[in-house]
Design a protein around this ligand. Structure first.
Ligand code: CMP
Length: 137
C-alpha cells in the first residue's frame, strides 16, 4: 500500500485544526499509519527543505516552519501521495479549489496549513526523515 508524508504546519496547529485536518485524511480513505507533534529546529527545517535552498522564499519558509510546533504523519492508502495532494489543494490557497484543506484553513502561500510529498520517491525519503520503521504500523 502506498505511503506519503503529511505535515500540518504551524499556522494550522496554532489555529486548533489538527483534528479537522486529520479527519479529512481518514474520511477520504487515507489511514494514519504514524503521527506525532514536534517542534522543528532550524537545522531540521533547512535539511527537510534542502531542495528549495536556492529559492528566494527559502529563509521565510524555514522561519515559518520553526515558528511553532508541527504535526507530521504517515498516510497510507491507494494512491496516497496524489490523494493527499488532491485533498490539500493548490500550494497557493488563493488558487485552491473550494473544499480543499488549503482553501478552508490556509492564509497565504507561506502559511498554507499543510505540506504533502510531491512524488512517491520523495515520500519515502520524507517519511524516513521523521520516522523510524518501528513507529509506522
Ligand atoms: P510546501 O509544500 O511545504 O513546499 C515548499 C513550501 O514553500 C510551499 O509548501 C509553500 O508554503 C512555500 N512557498 C513560498 N513561496 C513559494 C513559491 N513561490 N512556490 C512554491 N512554494 C512556495
Amino acid at each position: 500500500m502506498e505511503r506519503t508524508l503529511s505535515i500540518i504546519k504551524p499556522d494550522a496547529v496554532a489555529k486548533g485544526v489538527i483534528g479537522k485536518i486529520l479527519d479529512r485524511f481518514e474520511s477520504n480513505g487515507l489511514r494514519i499509519a504514524a503521527t506525532k507533534k514536534l517542534q522543528l529546529s532550524r537545522a531540521d527545517a533547512e535539511a527537510f527543505y534542502a531542495v528549495h535552498a536556492e529559492r528566494p522564499f527559502f529563509n521565510d519558509l524555514v522561519d515559518f516552519m520553526i515558528s511553532g510546533p508541527v504535526v507530521v504523519s504517515v498516510l497510507e492508502g491507494e494512491n496516497a501521495m496524489q490523494k493527499n495532494r488532491d485533498l490539500m489543494g493548490a500550494t497557493n490557497p488563493k488558487e485552491a479549489e473550494a473544499g480543499t484543506i488549503r482553501a478552508d484553513f490556509a492564509e497565504n502561500i507561506d502559511a498554507n496549513a499543510v505540506h504533502g510529498s510531491d512524488s512517491v520517491e520523495n515520500a519515502a525519503n520524507e517519511i524516513a526523515f521523521f520516522f523510524a520503521e518501528r513507529e509506522i504500523s
